[in-house]
Structures are given as C-alpha cells and as structure tokens.
Design a protein around this ligand. Structure first.
Ligand code: NAD
Length: 398
C-alpha cells in the first residue's frame, strides 16, 4: 500500500513503516555516536538489563535506545500500540513500527530486545513481563517508566469490576486565558482553559501519577526480579511561568507532584536494597502526548526557534543520551532531588528570548518568531513521514 499522512486534530491516523524504521535508525546513530559508558550500579553478570515501560515512542523509545547503545543493555519494552489491518487499509501505529524496527536493529547489533504489546497498567502485563525477566534476565538493573496515556482501566480489588478512569488537561484555581497557536491555520488565538474539579484532578493523578509506577516496582521486587542497587526513573515537566497554569499548576501538574512523591517513597521503601528512584524533568518537545496540551504548541514553536538559534536544541534522543550517559551515572540532581534535563530549556538566556516575543507575537509575526516548520517536521517525522531518504511513492507492507 502507498501510505500517506492523514492528520486529524493532534494526531496522524496513519504511520509509515519505512519512515518509522528510519526514525529509529537515526536515533540509534545519535546514541552510537555518543558511545558506551559503564553503568556504575551493576551487580549482576553479563549485560545491564533494563525494562522500559512506554517504550515505543517519544521519551520511552529514546530511553530504550539510549540504554541499549549507551550501556550495551538488554532491553524488555512494554507499549500499547495498534497492529496494522491490511484488509481495511489501516496502517499500524507509529509505535508498532518503531518497536519492530528497534528489535531488528538491536538484534543486528548483538543486543537482546524483547517487546510486549498490551495494557501496562494491568496485573496480567506485569505478570507476563516478570515471567520473561525470570526466564531471560534473572533480574533487572534499570526500570524506566515512560507510560503516557489519556486513560487507565482500574479494577476494583473487592468486586473485580473494572472501570475506565480518564485524565484531563485543565487548570486549577481560576480559569486561565492565554494565547495559543492553532496549528491548522497558523493563527494565534485566545484559549481559556477550564478549571478541573476534585474528581477530575483525582482521575488525572490515577492515570498519570505514581500509582502504577509504584505497583510495577513492588511487583518486580515481590517476584525477586529487581536487582540490588537497581535504579528506576519516571519523567516530568516543569516549564516557565506562562505554561504553569496549564502544566505545573494544572491537573497534569498535580499528577506529576504525586509522581515525585512516589519517587521519594520508593527510594525510602527500598533503601535497604540500595534501590534509587528518580524523576527526570525533561524538555518540552513535540510528542503524541504533548501535542494535545493547550498553549504548549505556541510555547514549543517559540522555544524551538530560540534554542536552534542558540545552537542548544535537543530532541528526545539527545536528551535521553545525555541523561543516561552523563547525568544519571553521576547521580546529578538539583536540591529537591530532580534530575534536570530541562537545564538548557530553562537557562535565562533561552527563557529571556522566549519572553521577549511571547506577549507580542501575532499571527502576522509567528513565522518570523516561531519555528512552525520545525514543529511540523517533528510532528510528521513522529509518524514516519517527511524523511528525505524514504521513497513515499513506493508500495509498502503495512
Ligand atoms: P508518548 O505519547 O510519545 O509515549 C507514551 C508511551 O506510553 C508509548 O510507548 C505508548 O505505547 C505507551 N502507552 C500508552 N498507554 C499505555 C498502556 N496502557 N500500557 C502500556 N503502554 C502504554 O509520550 P511522551 O511525551 O514520550 O511521554 C513520556 C513521559 O515523558 C510522560 O511521563 C510525559 O509526561 C513525560 N514528558 C514529556 C514531555 C514532552 O514534552 N513530550 C516533556 C517532559 C516530560
């Protein structure tokens, strides 16, 4: 089938298998170029063993690549992606193709890679992964939790009944009005973000807070497959004040506070085993999850322009390579205990330049001050499109 992009709202409903493989290949190149480092906490024989939950796209895929090529790690990945339906002319999701491409390329490079597709929130998935770790790894040294989802199915342990819990992207306190970029029309418009009620905040914490991460770590430990001195990481975002009402002080920010509390609790609970849990604060980037957050697209397009002009722009893979080869081995945290991968984004030199244009930028000047082309390039490339060395007129197996 000839696969073309079909963009609907914040997502593209098609993905290109060869383009996704190219995206993975380019990310592996970045990691290979940086080269190998020693993982300092290793207690077991053989290669470092890593489990990545949310391993198929964005920061999770980049983490898997960074640990595989940075430490020579064997990796097990967990993601929830859609298989292709050739009979209905439906391509698989990008993460499906990315995962296949990663496994192929990792194996060709002599690295163990196994992937599971299904609901990472479920007990069944945790059990399947634990069995695979027992069979192939013995224990895991690194657990990355990069799952990002709009909803979670929760099972009531008393009744066995399951219900869907849905997160919201709203503010807290007062409704918040600011400008956003309409990426369909490149117009700057005003948007008012409504206030989340207590139930919505609680639901967002259930989906995107630390509960499931904690469940994974306890399940791994109880099964005896969490190595002594293991390290586990989850990801967060803080950002500048103009994004605080929608992010840091919004419903998602409440979930991220819970994630950070969870990291402290995990490090305490497992201190006897030497296990450390970190939250890494990453840079704002175009991913399938971030594209849906109001106001953020305008900020990202101004940020990209400034960071590219200053020569400090990074994508997911550059961020994760720097995390796993530099900041994590050195256990470099700020005073609160966060690993700050957003150090370049939050530098005064960058934020001052973004602030200078934030209030004045208009539909007429957005092309000058914002990196709209860079935003769209990242967006299309996430789904395997717009790579100059992929032939998009070719028939491909979906
Ligand atoms: P993403 O949408 O690219 O990736 C999400 C991953 O989770 C995918 O692998 C997907 O398959 C998986 N997933 C979704 N539902 C699942 C389920 N039920 N079971 C198993 N896997 C499931 O998202 P991302 O932007 O890379 O986000 C990853 C983390 O990084 C999140 O915690 C996010 O808040 C954080 N973060 C993102 C940004 C950003 O700008 N994108 C910045 C800082 C921090």
């Amino acid at each position: 089938m000839i696969v073309e992009p079909k963009v609907k709202g914040f997502i593209c409903t098609t993905a290109h298998p060869k383009g996704c493989a190219e995206s993975v290949r380019r990310q592996i190149e970045v990691a290979k170029k940086k080269g190998r480092v020693e993982w300092p906490n290793k207690t077991s024989d053989g290669p470092v063993k890593a489990l990545v939950i949310g391993s198929s796209t964005g920061y999770g895929l980049a983490s898997r690549i960074a640990v595989a090529y940075g430490y020579g790690a064997s990796t097990i990945g967990v993601a929830f992606e859609k298989e292709g339906r050739p009979e209905k002319n439906r391509t698989a999701s990008a993460g499906w193709y990315n995962t296949i491409a990663f496994e192929e390329q990792a194996k060709a490079d002599g690295l163990y890679a196994k992937s599971f597709n299904g609901d990472g929130f479920s007990d069944e998935m945790k059990q399947q992964v634990i069995e695979a770790i027992k069979a192939d790894f013995g224990q895991v040294d690194i657990v990355v939790y990069s799952l990002a989802a709009p909803r979670r199915t929760v099972v009531d342990p008393a009744t066995g009944e399951s219900k869907a819990v849905t997160s919201v992207l709203k503010t807290t306190g007062e409704p918040y009005t600011n400008r956003t970029l309409n990426l369909r029309t490149n117009e700057i418009t005003e948007v008012t973000v409504p206030v989340a009620n207590d139930d919505e905040i609680q639901a967002t914490i259930t989906v995107m807070g630390g509960d499931d991460w904690e469940k994974w770590i306890h399940a791994l430990d109880e099964a005896g497959v969490l190595a002594d001195n293991a390290v586990t990481l989850a990801y967060s975002y803080i950002g500048p004040t103009m994004t605080h009402p929608i992010y840091k002080d919004g419903s998602i920010g409440q979930a991220k506070k819970d994630l950070f509390e969870t990291s402290k609790r995990l490090s305490e609970d497992f201190s006897g085993k030497g296990v450390k849990a970190y939250v890494s604060v990453n840079k704002a980037l175009v991913t399938q999850s971030s594209a849906a957050i109001p106001i953020v697209p305008l900020y990202i397009s101004l940020l990209y322009k400034v960071m590219k002009a200053q020569g400090v722009h990074e994508g997911c893979i550059e961020q994760m390579v720097r995390l796993y080869t530099e900041k994590l081995p050195a256990a470099q945290t700020d005073a609160e205990g966060y690993i700050r991968m957003d150090d370049l984004e939050m530098a005064d030199s960058v934020q001052n330049d973004v602030k200078k244009v934030w209030d004045d930028v208009s539909t007429e000047t957005i092309k000058e001050y914002g990196d709209i082309d860079g935003y769209w390039e990242d967006f299309y490339q996430m789904f395997g499109f717009r790579y100059d060395n992929v032939d998009y007129t070719e028939d491909v197996e979906i």
